[in-house]
Design a protein around this ligand. Structure first.
Ligand SMILES: O=C(O)c1ccccc1N[C@@H]1O[C@H](COP(=O)(O)O)[C@@H](O)[C@H]1O
Length: 210
C-alpha cells in the first residue's frame, strides 16, 4: 500500500516552507491568485522555490488566469506542476507543456467520471469544497460520500485539518491530500504545531490502512 502524498498549499514564508520540508511534505503550493488572502507574487514564490531540495515539488495554483499570466508564472516560478482552480478548459490546462491537476468544485453535485474523461490529460483531480466559480481555500469540507473512484489520482482537499484528515485517508484512500487553512495561524501564515499534527495524522492513517 503506497503512502498518501501530502501537499501544503498557501505557502508565503520561507520558514514555513523549510518546516514543511523537515516534516517530509511532498509538495508546496504557491497561490498566484491576486484575490486570495494567501496570494504570493511569483518572484517571491520563486525565491522560496529555489531553496527546495530534490523530490519536493513546487505547485503553482492559478484560477481563471489568461495564458500570458500563466506563462509568466511558469517562467518566473519554474513550477513542477500547475494546479488550475477555476473554469479552465482541458485544452487550456494542457497547453503549457507541464503536468497539471484540475480542481473540482465538489460544492456542486459533480459526477467525477465525466470530469475525468474531460481532463484525461491531467495528472490528477483535486477535490475541493467550493461551488463552481467560487474561490477555494475556504476551510470547508464537502460530502465525501459523493467521491467515486476514477482512473486517475484523486487529491482530497477542502477543510482538511489534523482532526479530520485521518478519517479522510482511511475512508477515501486518496492518492494525496492538500491543506491550506487547516494548518494556518492566520491566512498565509502556517502554524507549525498544526503542520506537524497534520503529517502525523496522515502517517497514522496510512499505517491503519495496511
Ligand atoms: O488558498 C487559497 O486562498 C485559494 C484561493 C483560490 C483557489 C484555491 C485556493 N486554495 C486551495 O483550496 C483547497 C482547499 O483549501 P483549504 O484547506 O480548505 O483552505 C486547497 O487546494 C488550496 O490549495
Amino acid at each position: 500500500m503506497s503512502r498518501t502524498r501530502i501537499k501544503f498549499c498557501g505557502i508565503t514564508r520561507e520558514k514555513d516552507a523549510q518546516a514543511a520540508i523537515g516534516l517530509g511534505v511532498d509538495a508546496l503550493g504557491f497561490v498566484l491568485v491576486p484575490a486570495s488572502p494567501r496570494h504570493i507574487p511569483a518572484e517571491k514564490a520563486a525565491a522560496i522555490r529555489r531553496r527546495l531540495p530534490p523530490f519536493v515539488s513546487a505547485v503553482a495554483l492559478l484560477k481563471d488566469a489568461d495564458a500570458a499570466f500563466v506563462q509568466d508564472a511558469i517562467d518566473t516560478l519554474k513550477p513542477d506542476l500547475l494546479q488550475f482552480h477555476g473554469d479552465e478548459p482541458a485544452d487550456f490546462c494542457a497547453s503549457f507543456g507541464l503536468p497539471y491537476i484540475k480542481a473540482v468544485a465538489m460544492g456542486e453535485k459533480q459526477s467525477l467520471a465525466p470530469l475525468a474523461r474531460r481532463y484525461k490529460g491531467a495528472a490528477g483531480l483535486l477535490l475541493d469544497s467550493h461551488a463552481k466559480g467560487g474561490m477555494g481555500g475556504r476551510g470547508e469540507t464537502f460530502d465525501w460520500s459523493r467521491v467515486t473512484a476514477v482512473k486517475m489520482p484523486l487529491v482530497l482537499a477542502g477543510g482538511l485539518n489534523p482532526a479530520n484528515v485521518g478519517r479522510g485517508v482511511r475512508q477515501l484512500r486518496p492518492y494525496g491530500v492538500d491543506v491550506s487553512s487547516g494548518i494556518e495561524a492566520r491566512p498565509g501564515v502556517k502554524d507549525h504545531d498544526k503542520m506537524r499534527a497534520f503529517v502525523e495524522a496522515v502517517v497514522r492513517a496510512d499505517r491503519a490502512k495496511k
